[in-house]
Design a protein around this ligand. Structure first.
Ligand code: SAM
Length: 243
């Protein structure tokens, strides 16, 4: 049986999706507040930069893959206007329940599809923009997921991948202490689940660095791939085009 990583553990490929589902089902209710606490609000700036770099225009079609509680989707809606379209997909029911409540509270209409990013239920060449924020890390076959995202993009469309990445070397020690000590402690106190936040720290370390992810995107057929480091490489935004 083929094996893969779940954080620092080696697991059967078939087990990974279930373990990831366990994490997000457990943290869904506290997901938004934890994001603000863990990043001290920075995730809002990282996401704003992602939207700005996607440069949505009125009337465009956007797909937010692994959209979770809809931070990106709800920000895209006013940018594409009434003639545009924003779809959100995610594999996890608990995250989508929080997403639905939030969109209802905000009075924002976003069609949602529950699906695996490795098999997107959309036609070829359909979207102007595809985004995936902090989702790719959790996917079992990143190559398949990237190829699917490219497939549903129209020629000329852009893919934006926002993900944790390799931090600037002088900051590594401090970042390790923060991720392996403070994060699980905070997760235990606020979300009642230290383990899931230990997985978060481990999965970040196992995720491809900036150059490797760029190569993965190119291998999936994306072109003109650029990398934008944020917060000393804690996070990187990759943008590539389909031609
Ligand atoms: N994009 C949101 C954000 O930036 O706040 C949510 C990010 S959250 C860290 C990761 C999301 O990826 C979760 O909602 C999880 O359910 C979803 N996810 C994990 N594996 C997935 C897969 N194979 N296909 C689709 N979504 C997936």
């Amino acid at each position: 049986m083929t094996q893969t990583h779940f954080g620092f553990e080696t697991v059967d490929e078939k087990e990974k999706a279930q373990r990831v589902a366990g994490v997000f089902s457990s943290v869904a209710q506290k997901y938004d507040v934890m994001n603000d606490l863990m990043s001290m609000g920075l995730h809002r700036l990282w996401k704003k930069f992602t939207i700005d770099l996607a440069a949505p225009r009125p009337g465009e079609r956007v797909l937010d893959v692994a959209g979770g509680t809809a931070d990106l989707s709800s920000a895209f809606v006013p940018r594409v206007g009434a003639d545009g379209q924003v779809w959100l997909t995610d594999i996890n029911n608990a995250m989508l329940a929080v997403c639905r409540d939030r969109l209802l509270d905000e009075g924002v209409m976003v069609p949602v599809a529950q699906c695996d990013a490795e098999k997107l239920p959309f036609p070829d060449n359909h979207f102007d923009i595809v985004t995936v924020a902090f989702g790719l890390r959790n996917m079992t076959h990143k190559d398949k997921a990237l190829a699917e995202m490219r497939r549903v993009l129209r020629p000329g469309g852009r893919l934006l991948v926002l993900e944790f990445s390799k931090v600037w070397k002088p900051l590594e020690k401090a970042y390790d202490a923060y991720s392996f000590k403070l994060l699980p402690w905070l997760g235990g106190k606020i979300a009642g689940d230290a383990e899931s936040y230990r997985y978060l720290a481990e999965s970040i370390r196992m995720h491809p660095d900036q150059a490797t992810l760029k190569a993965l995107m190119e291998y999936a057929g994306l072109e003109r791939v650029e990398v934008f480091n944020m917060t000393a490489g804690v996070v990187a935004l990759h943008r590539g085009y389909k031609f």
